[in-house]
Write a new protein. Sequence first.
Length: 217
Amino acid sequence: MNFFKRTIPLIIAFIMGIMMVFQYYVPHEASQSLLKVVTRWGITIAGFAVFIGAYSLFHLHWNKIKRKVPGWGYSNFVFFGAGITIIFGLYNGGEFFLNDKQEGTMFDWMYFNVQVPAGATMFSILAFFMASAAYRTFRARTTEATILLAAAVIVMLGRVPVGAMIWEFLPPIADWIMSVPNMAAKRGILIGVSIGAIATSLRIIFGIERAYLGGGD
């Protein structure tokens, strides 16, 4: 049983990983066809993953309701909102959901009058959180924090019209900070993320990383 649960998935991951690595460097028609087939399979698997994710979400909130954990009342809105959305999505303004989507349906109303305002509210709350985090971060207690504070003030003033009114060189300095030091740090982060992704991919291909199998070893 362990052979089917662990060895076969490791073999499949190794073979597909090596094939896709070589496919990237082989400009042949067969290689491109393989990429298209694998991409279609990936889309199909991702479609099934949506159902698995929905089951996991509902199972989590159902357990919260059943066990009456703190905040379990909010889990009721998950089922209520999902049920209403599915019903109106299938109803589609009186047409079957496989037909062309109708305009001005209750599904559209829920999106524009519930989803969009809720998203705007979340971003509004994030604005206050970012302001609080910036206040805690930019307190000039060290040399590095002082440099960060000065750069942030220059960039913020250089991005608004009042900055040019204060000093005409503020916008060019802000552009230089964004295009030179900021870009250098950004590229360094991207290089680090890329190296980490390559290392993780190699660990999965060679069977070192096995967390996706559901075990710790």
